[in-house]
Write a protein that binds this ligand. Structure first.
Ligand SMILES: [Mg+2]
Length: 393
């Protein structure tokens, strides 16, 4: 089949805040083939920045837009999707935005191909079985320990057996303030469930400050401490690892390309690598990282805080790897998280687990009513020529 159209929809909540919550907006990508089949995906990052990567005028031979590299191309097999991902990267060799932007269309191409061949994406990636994963409710800390405890109690009563708390106010007060937050989270969850902590890069390059925390946090049975350091501080991650902290270290959501992920594993020594399929360049690149993690003995985990389009894309990548058990499950308040694909989604089953769908493609469909409801109207024009205008849903 041929790629006939790539439609880009910038959706956003009426009010976008400074909260570290990437489910406030999205760039939804619809790919239509000449046989009428449709694939869906979404990109993280700035929707408007991503749109520009599809339509910007050519700067030179190494900055050519994504529409130019993909429209009219043939896609009949997994090798075609991999080939097109490579082509898009080569056409936009000197454009850093391309990895975020291409993520959504790469996911949409896997969805489209799965529908065409009648196979779920995990099978297209070469896996026979999709193993159940333990979803962890992924939320932000409350502003106080008491509020954090209430959130933890709510998560527990919703039936989750794992939870992750992140970002502010962790690291903004004293060491004792940080300990109080974690104690409250554990108190609210009770003794059984897994508890993960996301420090939101607060200690920069200070591995000593992080080590002090890991030794205090360990008594609360914390599965991992996530992003205690900035993504680029790979040497600091290595120094931290050499101190032999009492808690496993996780990082990787900031990786925008394959080599950044490999750097964190090989040189940073992280125990858990967290990859966002909507940032790193799509399923094609996340799959490559997942295979490298297996070789290196690092545990692959998804990162995602967007809609169930990305939740579904995320789970197919490591569905077939039984030992990678934990799954980040966005549990925020944004109506886009579940609404963008409602009534379809990747839902927690009666055993408290989530599993990749066996339906063709991703196994979820975008809800066009939700897209219409949150759609932003955009028009990009250069010298009177319209490069982009919000398409009809
Ligand atoms: Mg994080």
């Amino acid at each position: 089949m041929k790629i006939e159209a790539i439609d880009l929809f910038y959706i956003a909540l009426p009010e976008v805040t400074r909260a570290a919550d990437s489910s406030q907006d999205s760039l939804v990508v619809r790919v239509t083939a000449d046989n009428g089949l449709i694939g869906w995906g979404e990109s993280d990052g700035s929707p408007l920045g991503n749109i520009s990567a599809f339509v910007m005028p050519m700067s030179h031979g190494n900055i050519i837009n994504l529409n130019e590299s993909l429209l009219g191309e043939t896609i009949d097999s997994p090798e075609d999707v991999v080939r097109l991902r490579a082509k898009a990267g080569r056409y936009a060799l000197d454009l850093q935005q391309v990895d975020h932007a291409v993520s959504g269309v790469d996911v949409a191409l896997w969805d489209l191909l799965g529908k065409y061949l009648g196979e779920p994406v995990y099978r297209l990636l070469g896996y026979e079985t999709s193993y159940p994963k333990l979803p962890y409710s992924s939320v932000l800390f409350g502003e106080t320990p008491a509020e954090t405890q209430r959130i933890a109690e709510r998560i527990r009563s919703d039936g989750y057996n794992a939870a992750k708390f992140g970002w502010s106010p962790m690291g903004e007060g004293t060491l004792e303030d940080d300990v109080a937050l974690i104690a409250a989270a554990r108190e609210g969850l009770g003794a059984g469930p897994k508890l993960m902590i996301d420090a939101g890069v607060i200690w920069g390059s200070d591995d000593g400050a992080v080590f002090e925390r890991t030794e205090r946090f360990a008594e609360f049975d914390v599965t991992w401490l996530e992003e205690p350091l900035l993504p680029d501080e790979v040497d600091a991650y290595r120094r931290l690892k050499d101190r032999r902290p009492s808690i496993a270290i996780a990082a990787g959501e900031g990786c925008d390309f394959y080599r950044a992920a490999e750097d964190l594993m090989v040189n940073g020594g992280v125990d858990y690598l967290q990859i966002d399929v909507a940032r790193i360049g799509g399923i094609t690149i996340a799959d490559r990282v997942c295979r490298r993690a297996q070789e290196l003995g690092v545990t692959y985990v998804n990162h995602n805080y967007k809609s169930h389009l990305t939740v579904a894309a995320s789970i197919h990548i490591f569905a077939g790897v039984e030992e990678f058990k934990l799954f980040e499950y966005p549990d925020g308040v944004s109506p886009l998280i579940r609404g963008l694909t409602a009534p379809t989604g990747i839902f927690v089953n009666s055993d408290g687990m989530v599993q990749a769908s066996d339906a063709p493609g991703l196994g979820v469909e975008a809800n066009v009513d939700t897209i219409r409801q949150y759609l932003r109207q955009v028009r990009i024009e250069v010298d009177g020529k319209v490069l982009y205008e919000t398409p009809v849903v």
